[in-house]
Design a protein around this ligand. Structure first.
Ligand SMILES: Cc1cc2nc3c(=O)[nH]c(=O)nc-3n(C[C@H](O)[C@H](O)[C@H](O)COP(=O)(O)OP(=O)(O)OC[C@H]3O[C@@H](n4cnc5c(N)ncnc54)[C@H](O)[C@@H]3O)c2cc1C
Length: 548
């Protein structure tokens, strides 16, 4: 999509939401635990067709890029994460076809999804197979004719927590064939296919979530996605590349909306003779850290989206980092927004309470934060070992070079954190520390911090070099603000790196005090301490831009 088309889609969505998805309407759907079938079908109808963004052009879609999809997902999440999730599930349900379907399958079903606005459901999770997808028990038994040719399959099993489970027209179901897990397309109304009752959920209550039960569900052989058995887990893995970015966009959209509401509230609410927005202990604790974390996450999501759109492959780890940082930042921001509203934050009418409940799901579905930490740590551990620890040293060297050309974007602080991480990785190798899963998770967090820190520093340097002013999530970002945001994030990354490195090295009892002393001196703790110079001024600047 060209930039004008993308902006037109987002503008149209916002106009539609202003009329049809008002704050009252969203609160009402939430209170009634109601999936708005009529609204969703209008959103997928001829006039609006928002689902077309997620579909390729050759099958009647708009062929949205990863960047386009992220922007639209974020705009939807700003309004209602339940409705955004219902849309997302249709996109997710289409993905096995998109990445693995034959040409005939794509043109048969994707054209219908585009033209008829079909709602889809993606059926992977099962009662005993959540994070561990390969543990699925649903089976697909071959049906053969007299000459032994496979003519179809019989599916049996139960799928758990399926979004759109009770309302979909088409289901993509992962089931075990004799040659391994495979996706199947199952049409609504196929005998033996049924949905359980809608789950009562903490949040995203405008989305429909049910069990999907398959009892001797017979499908023709051409419903096997890709026409070859055993490709399902590969398809599911490919799907993650895009979908994790979409959930990252949900965290960003919901979290940033909560902070915008808190900021507006803080400007009006007067206590002790001045607006809350004028109080440093309020802004620097409840607003600024979230604004900084969300901007850092957004820069990373945009960088990954652009790399995906340029055809780069193998960005699964980056997708996991994007999801981890954005959804954790979105959750923390929504929580901060409740505190920032005081007692009113706890009251439904003020909306941040609903956002808090809604955004909670983003660290759970499409891979939990724990699974993200594990994925990041394992992938980068491998990259570090294979490169003889050059992976993060190269990143640190690139940050040193950036610091030489622009000393105002926190690049030297990111370099310090990257080298600290590398020292812990070396230490972990010597002491076989990665056998401890919690250490691995802490390493995953350090890696995510360092990589987002590097990304935000690069982005800030670009903005400053071009003398640009760009739209941020909360205010227009100019040279000065870009530098303050990047430096603030780099410091947080390095402070958190110290805490995690200390646990890994000193806290695990892996070494005697002499060895600890030598590791301690190589961690660069003093440099991180020194980098705190200017911290308050940067938070002050972000606070003043945020609340101006
Ligand atoms: C509202 C909602 C909508 C959903 N929509 C869909 C959908 O449309 N389609 C679909 O297929 N699925 C869907 N899901 C399922 C979702 O993806 C799973 O809930 C999620 O992957 C986690 O699986 P689980 O719930 O079985 O938790 P588990 O995997 O049992 O995890 C429980 C806890 O243990 C942690 N954990 C798991 N493994 C490890 C490990 N190795 N080491 C350390 N900690 C670990 C997890 O991080 C989590 O904190 C949905 C879920 C919900 C709640």
């Amino acid at each position: 999509m060209d930039r004008d088309t993308l902006e037109a889609v987002i503008r149209t969505f916002r106009e539609f939401a202003r009329k049809e998805l008002t704050r009252e309407k969203c609160l009402e759907l939430d209170a009634r635990d109601e999936y708005p079938a009529d609204l969703v079908s209008r959103m997928m109808g001829e006039d609006l067709g928002f689902h077309l963004v997620f579909l390729p052009e050759e099958y009647g879609g708009l062929g949205g890029s990863a960047y386009d999809v992220y922007r639209v997902c974020m705009a939807m999440a700003e309004v209602d994460l339940g409705i955004a999730t219902a849309f997302f599930a249709t996109s997710l349900g289409t993905d096995p076809l998109r990445v693995g379907g034959t040409v005939e399958q794509k043109s048969r079903w994707m054209s219908r999804i585009a033209g008829e606005g079909l709602v889809l459901a993606y059926g992977v999770t099962e009662p005993s197979a959540g994070s561990e997808v390969s543990a699925i028990r649903t089976t697909a038994r071959r049906i053969t004719n007299g000459s032994g040719k496979v003519t179809g399959y019989v599916l049996n099993g139960t799928k758990q927590f399926i979004t759109n489970g009770g309302v979909a027209a088409l289901y993509t179901i992962l089931a075990k064939t004799p040659d391994g897990p495979s996706f199947f397309v199952v049409e609504r109304g196929t005998p033996g296919l049924g949905a359980g009752r809608a789950e009562e959920k903490l949040g995203i209550r405008a989305s429909n979530t049910t069990q999907v039960v398959l009892e001797d569900v017979e499908v023709p052989v051409d419903h096997l996605v890709g026409g070859v058995e055993g490709q399902g887990l590969i398809h599911a893995q490919w799907v993650f590349g895009y979908t994790r970015l979409m959930v990252a966009a949900f965290g960003l959209g919901a979290g940033s909306q909560a902070i915008r509401m808190a900021r507006d509230y803080a400007k009006e609410r007067v206590q002790y003779g001045s607006p809350l927005a004028a109080k440093q202990g309020y802004t620097h604790a409840l607003l600024v850290p979230h604004a900084v974390a969300l901007e850092a996450s957004r820069a990373f999501v945009e960088e990954v989206a652009r790399r995906l759109d340029s055809g780069e492959e193998g960005l699964g780890t980056e997708g996991a980092i994007a999801k981890l940082v954005s959804t954790e930042a979105g959750n923390a921001a929504a929580d901060g927004a409740i505190q920032a509203h005081g007692g009113y934050g706890y009251i439904r009418e003020y909306m941040v309470e609903k956002i808090r409940r809604d955004v909670r799901i983003t660290t759970i579905y499409e891979g939990t934060s724990e699974i993200m930490r594990n994925t990041i740590a394992m992938d980068r551990w491998r990259a570090s070992i294979q490169s003889r620890f050059a992976f993060y040293e190269d990143l640190a060297a690139a940050m040193d070079a950036l610091h030489s050309s622009d000393p105002g974007v926190g690049a030297s602080v990111v370099a310090l954190a990257a080298r600290m991480l590398n020292e812990v990785l070396r230490f972990a190798r010597e002491t076989r520390l990665t056998r401890k899963q919690y250490v691995l998770f802490l390493l995953g967090e350090m890696m995510a911090g360092v990589e987002t820190g590097a990304c935000l520093a690069r982005r800030a340097a670009e903005i400053r070099a071009a003398g640009e002013k760009v739209d941020g999530l909360f205010f227009v970002i100019d040279s000065e603000a870009a530098g303050a945001l990047a430096r603030a994030w780099a410091r947080r990354v390095s402070w958190e790196a110290i805490a995690r490195a200390s646990y890994c090295v000193a806290g695990t009892g892996s070494q005697g005090s002499d060895a600890l002393g030598s590791v301690r001196s190589s961690l660069g703790l003093d440099g991180c301490f020194d980098s705190s110079v200017g911290a308050e001024a940067d938070l002050d600047l972000v606070a003043s831009r945020l609340t101006q």
